[in-house]
Design a protein around this ligand. Structure first.
Ligand code: A3P
Length: 281
């Protein structure tokens, strides 16, 4: 598949869906951040909705979790400026495209990382099931696209490296999907500690229960889908989000050759990354 499609446009070398207007992307640097804004940062399909659900319960009703800042048209910035409460703002933007005022105001940011092979498989299904994304021919073609950053939001490697390079500017907290799967209790405690939220162990247990994969999937089956009520810029259909929620699904998809090619790229790109030690690869 070529990058040219009615559904995709390329901005700053990165493919975006047309649901992110070029005008909005050009205007991002005009955005006025607030000191208490919290960013939820991810490459797509890394567990963004899970993290957002945890936030919802940590803050109860005292905050607004918006759709991604890069999603919509230019009126988006004004809509965000009219939100009266603390804002939790998701984004799939690379660090260099992030509105400068978030950096100037040193807003808190939480970046969730998932094994890129599982991320690739999750995004593959998303491409197949989501009418907002171009049709792909099959796993083989898609694999090459993912490896070379020719999918929405560009290269997984460049995304993560851009945030790692600037990690100290905003004191970004990095979380790992697999570590959350293994020990969600400690992960919620870590998040609350970063945010300065006092919470009892019982409350943490409650949050863990309410944000389990099965609970979230069941809730979404019952909900009427609101196109603005998603923390992903790629879909208005939340039902597409909850597929398997497991670790290691990539083994069902990668051939030996694809695995070798991916490992080569990973080792080259992530060679100087300190985060690589923590990524469950
Ligand atoms: P799979 O496609 O592998 O199932 P995002 O929210 O960034 O779009 O990520 C979606 C991925 O996170 C999907 O992965 C989805 O199933 C998984 N996910 C969503 N909620 C989850 C939860 N509560 N626990 C574990 N995984 C979850």
């Amino acid at each position: 598949m070529s990058l040219q499609s009615d559904l995709i446009h390329v901005f700053n070398g990165i493919p975006f869906t047309t649901r992110s207007s070029a005008e909005l992307l050009r205007s991002l640097d005009e955005f006025q951040a607030r000191h208490d804004d919290l960013l939820l940062v991810s490459y797509p399909k890394s567990g963004t909705h899970w993290l957002a659900e945890i936030m919802k319960h940590l803050y109860s009703s005292k905050v607004s979790i918006t759709s991604p800042i890069e999603f919509g048209n230019v009126s988006k910035l004004e809509e965000l400026s009219n939100i009266p409460t603390k804002r939790i703002i998701p984004t799939h933007l690379n660090f260099n495209m992030l509105p400068a005022d978030f950096k100037a105001k040193k807003c808190k940011a939480i970046y969730i990382i998932r094994n890129p092979k599982d991320t690739a498989v999750s995004l593959f299904h998303y491409y197949r099931d989501n009418p907002n994304l171009p049709t792909i021919e099959g796993w083989g073609t898609y694999f090459d696209m993912f490896l070379h950053g020719e999918v929405v939001c560009g290269s997984w490697f460049d995304h993560i490296l851009s945030w790692e390079e600037h990690r100290n500017e905003m004191g970004t907290l990095f979380l790992y999907y697999e570590a959350m799967k293994k020990d969600i209790f400690q992960s919620v405690k870590k998040i609350s500690h970063y945010l300065g939220i006092n919470i009892t162990d019982n409350e943490v247990h409650e949050i863990c229960k309410k944000t389990s994969f099965s609970e979230m999937k069941n809730n979404v089956e019952k909900e009427n889908t609101d196109p603005n009520n998603t923390v992903c810029s790629l879909t208005s259909n939340k039902k597409l989000i909850f597929r398997k929620g497991t670790v290691g699904d990539w083994k069902q998809y990668f051939s030996n050759k694809q695995n070798r090619l991916f490992d080569e790229m990973y080792n080259t790109k992530m060679d100087s990354s300190n985060l690589a030690k923590h990524i469950h690869y």
